[in-house]
Design a protein around this ligand. Structure first.
Ligand SMILES: NC(=O)c1ccc[n+]([C@@H]2O[C@H](COP(=O)([O-])OP(=O)(O)OC[C@H]3O[C@@H](n4cnc5c(N)ncnc54)[C@H](OP(=O)(O)O)[C@@H]3O)[C@@H](O)[C@H]2O)c1
Length: 242
């Protein structure tokens, strides 16, 4: 395969929400821990999240004040700061909004080796942002001129960084983008036995304005495991296994 095998690993309420008050219920802490443990079990070299998720969990909304004067035009070519990192965090950030201050993320605990950051950009990103990423030693790849093509993005992850397996970890808009391009091979779902009930919160797969249309996608059961406290770990494939 000329792209990584892609596993979408997510935790949802019974009504398919990925955010909401159900996350603050006492019971949910156990399922969040199960989510993290299963994430580790996959032993993937790389994981991917959308700009909003990265902002909420990893840059904490930090904004950059970048000066554009005296910055020379930077060619729109991929920039590889670390080709042989042990692990990678891939950030889908089409216009360069994420306020990174280091080039790696310690995802679970601080004493872990950091996951080297790869930014996924469009060519519309300002030169000052590219300059900032280069100064920090953050890698970046271009996924399109003004729109992201995830086929191109994931092929580059394989050919440039030798990523054979990728955990796609939300949010709903980035999941929906890869789903609509037929790029999800497996769904790993931690189902929390709580109905959130909110009508507007983000669900597992969403369709952003950047997508033409969305088609139903079929899934086929691979395995199901009962978790404690009535939760489930459900694994589905998008191709029938023989
Ligand atoms: N329950 C779980 O397992 C789980 C896992 C992960 C995240 N979450 C939660 O999910 C929430 C965020 O989800 P979300 O769906 O709102 O946001 P998201 O998917 O994290 O990020 C969406 C952003 O990514 C960029 N993007 C995604 N697809 C794109 C495409 N096809 N073309 C161009 N840009 C694209 C856009 O950035 P720009 O706006 O910059 O253009 C878009 O606004 C957070 O609250 C997070 O905590 C839950």
């Amino acid at each position: 395969m000329d792209r990584p095998y892609i596993i979408c690993h997510m935790l949802t309420s019974l009504d398919g929400k990925i955010i909401g008050d159900f996350l603050n219920e006492d019971r949910t802490a156990y399922f969040i821990q199960a989510y993290e443990e299963i994430d580790e079990r996959y032993e993937c070299k790389a994981w991917m999240c959308g700009r909003i998720t990265m902002e909420e969990h990893f840059t904490q909304g930090n904004t950059l004040e970048l000066k554009s004067e005296d910055i020379l035009a930077i060619p729109r070519m991929d920039y590889v700061a670390q080709k042989t990192a042990k692990s990678y965090a891939v950030a889908v950030d089409p216009s360069g909004k994420l306020g990174w201050t280091t080039n790696s993320i310690s995802k679970v605990n601080d004493d872990q080796t950091g996951d080297h950051i790869i930014e996924v950009l469009t060519e519309q990103v300002p030169d000052a942002y590219l300059n900032h990423l280069r100064q920090l030693g953050i890698s970046y790849i271009f996924g399109g001129k003004d729109k992201l093509d995830f086929n191109l993005v994931v092929k580059k992850l394989k050919s440039v960084f030798s990523i054979d397996e990728l955990l796609l970890e939300g949010g709903g808009f980035v999941n929906g983008s890869l789903l609509s391009q037929g790029l999800i091979d497996e769904l790993s779902l931690i189902l929390v036995p709580i109905a959130d009930g909110a009508s507007k919160s983000v669900t597992l797969f969403e369709t952003g304005a950047y997508l033409q249309n969305s088609q139903p996608v079929n899934f086929f059961l691979k395995s199901i495991e009962k978790l404690d406290d009535d939760g489930l770990w459900i694994r589905y494939l998008t191709k029938k296994s023989n």
